[in-house]
Structures are given as C-alpha cells and as structure tokens.
Design a protein around this ligand. Structure first.
Ligand SMILES: Nc1ncnc2c1ncn2[C@@H]1O[C@H](COP(=O)(O)OP(=O)(O)OP(=O)(O)O)[C@@H](O)[C@H]1O
Length: 322
C-alpha cells in the first residue's frame, strides 16, 4: 500500500470569480517523490493545501491506511516548504531550524542538517542577510528537522534566479532521495529532474500519471503532449506524416514527437520541410520546420538557413500517437 493516499474533492469560490473544483486522487509510495505538474491555475496549490488540511473537502486522506482527513494540519505529520521561504527574520538560521522542531522530541542537529544542505557555515546568520537560494536551503532544513512522514513542497524554486534554481534543483533530487515527498510545480525541467513519478494536472483533475519517461515520451493526450513540450501534429492535417505511420491522412488522431527526437538530414530525409525560423539557444539552435502546412520544432547544432529546404526524419520509436 502507498504511504500517502488522497482522494479529495472540493469546490472553491471567491467573490467575483468562477467556482473552481479540485477533484483528484494521488498515491505516494514510501521514499518516493511524486511531482504534481500542471500549468498555472490548474489547481496544484489548492490540491496540496487540501491534502495538508487547510480546506474542507469530501473524500479521504490516509497515511499508512490511517485517516488524516479529520485531523488539523499540525497533526498530519507533514513538513512544508513554500515558494516564499517563511523564515523568521529575527532568529538566526540555527534558531529557525530548531524552532521548526520545537514540538519534536529532542533538539535537531541543525549544524548537520545545514551541512548536508550545503549551508553549514550560515548557522549564526539572520535570514535577511541570506540569498534566496540560501534561505530556501534553510527552509528545507527546518522542514526536514521534524523528520516529517511526508514533505509537501509548493514551487520551492520559483522565486530563485536561474543559476540558483539550477544549483538547488540539482541538489534537491539528492535531498529528497530518502524522503516521501509531494512536490508541485509548473516547471517541466524541475519535474523531470526530481520526480520518481509525475501526475499531470489540468483544470483541477489529474489527466495522466506515470514515470517521467511515460509522461514526457508517451503522453496520452494532445493536452499533456503540448504541456510537456512535445510537438503535436494533427494527422488529418499532415498527410505526409500520416503516410509515414502507414495512415492515409484521414487518421482522426494526433502524433506527439519531442523536438530533440526530430532529425534534420540536409536533403535526404523522409519528409521535405521548409526552415521557417532559427533561434539560437546556448550551444544549439531551435529550428521551426514547416511541411504539409503544419510546423514542428527541432534542435540543430549546425542550423540550416531560414527559408532553406531540408529533409526531416522522425525516428519511428519516438513518434507517439495520442
Ligand atoms: N480560495 C479560493 N477560492 C476560489 N478560487 C480560488 C481560490 N484559490 C485559488 N483559486 C483559483 O483556483 C484556481 C487554481 O488555483 P491554484 O493556486 O491551485 O493554481 P496552481 O496550479 O497552483 O497555479 P500556479 O502554478 O500559478 O501557482 C485558480 O484559477 C485560482 O484563481
């Protein structure tokens, strides 16, 4: 049985806004990081807050089979990390970490925790003197200090600048390796880097769940394919691509292919396409290709000229009908 099981439904109303309903079920196994990935406004925060116990809801939340849904948030055994750190400015880093565990048996080894998180030298500093990345590491240490059964994390990297986000993202996979965690984000790079499994959320519901590989390579719907960054081509509008799949262009479905799987062959590919646009991205270029009146994106280290005709091939095992 999964450690955390949630099957909850709740409708939220605010003055002047349409009601928003969250109706979702999740299971998180012991030691696993489940990422809830979805666009802004898909209900990720409301779902996390509902599981945490901040909102009335129908349905159940259980840990190890024990019902949690009748308990207040502080008795559910969760640790929280939010986007905005929420550290006490007038307490040192050590005091913040120890205060987080004030109801916990024994005093946590703040120095060891902070050292594990790469900020062992900050013990006596005050939060206002720290960088965003340092504060978020301290916030993680404070949550881990209570040895929570499950960590709930809401976009903890969102407020950080890009280099800091990348560095903490790299470390988060290690930090969360032995922890049971439910992590919400709209950032697919983060999801791919830290998730053991992903649940994709849209309009308050989970629309697909699976391993990162399944979510990114085998999306079950054009919605998930689009959101996870695949090219999505309507086969009824793209006869040459449909023919590649042994169809006749009348297939009433879509095909998803990741941009990194599309190959440019300089004239000898399976399909002929026109280069519509080339945008440099660090060491590579993102190339927009048009054929049959549809466009797809690809990456090329040596980009062709805009307006050129190129051959394009799609490895069959990377084309996914959805
Ligand atoms: N208390 C509330 N009452 C009514 N509607 C709400 C309430 N809180 C949030 N909403 C609305 O519910 C929807 C989902 O909000 P939520 O914050 O869960 O989205 P999200 O997926 O976390 O988005 P983001 O990635 O931008 O944080 C939004 O349209 C939001 O405006």
């Amino acid at each position: 049985m999964s450690l955390l099981q949630a099957d909850v439904a709740s409708t939220f109303t605010a003055d002047g806004a349409e009601a928003f309903t969250v109706d979702a079920s999740l299971e998180v196994d012991s030691g696993e990081t489940l990422v809830v990935l979805g666009p802004s406004g898909s209900g990720k925060t409301l779902l996390l807050e509902t599981i945490a116990g901040f909102h009335d809801h129908e349905g159940v939340v259980t840990r190890d089979g024990d019902p949690l849904h009748d308990r207040p948030p502080e008795q559910r055994g969760f640790g929280f990390v939010f986007q905005d750190y929420a550290l006490f400015p007038h307490m040192t880093v050590r005091e913040n970490v120890e205060y987080g565990a004030r109801y916990h048996e024994g005093t946590p080894d703040a120095a060891a925790l902070l050292t594990d998180l790469g900020v062992g030298d900050l013990l006596d500093r005050y939060p206002p003197t720290l960088s965003g990345g340092e504060r978020q590491r301290v916030a993680l240490a404070r949550s881990l200090a209570v040895e929570p059964d499950v960590m709930l994390l809401d976009e903890p990297l969102a407020a950080l600048d890009v280099p800091t986000r990348q560095s903490l993202r790299d470390d988060l996979a290690d930090i969360l390796a032995d922890v049971t965690a439910l992590y919400v984000t709209h950032n697919r790079t983060t999801a791919r880097a830290i998730a053991d499994r992903i649940a994709v959320m849209r309009d308050g519901r989970v629309v697909q769940r699976g391993s990162p590989e399944e979510i990114f390579e085998r999306p079950e719907s054009p919605t998930v394919a689009n959101f996870t960054g695949s090219n999505v081509v309507d086969l009824s509008a793209a006869p040459s691509l449909a023919a590649l799949l042994n169809g006749d262009g009348s297939l009433d479905s879509h095909v998803a292919v990741r941009p990194e799987a599309v190959r440019l062959n300089g004239g000898s590919g399976d399909l002929e396409a026109t280069v519509e646009r080339v945008v440099r991205e660090d060491a590579t270029s993102r190339v927009t290709l048009a054929f049959d009146g549809v466009t797809v994106e690809a990456f090329a280290d040596e980009p062709p000229d805009e307006g050129a005709t190129v051959g394009v091939s799609f490895p069959r095992d990377r084309l996914h009908v959805c």
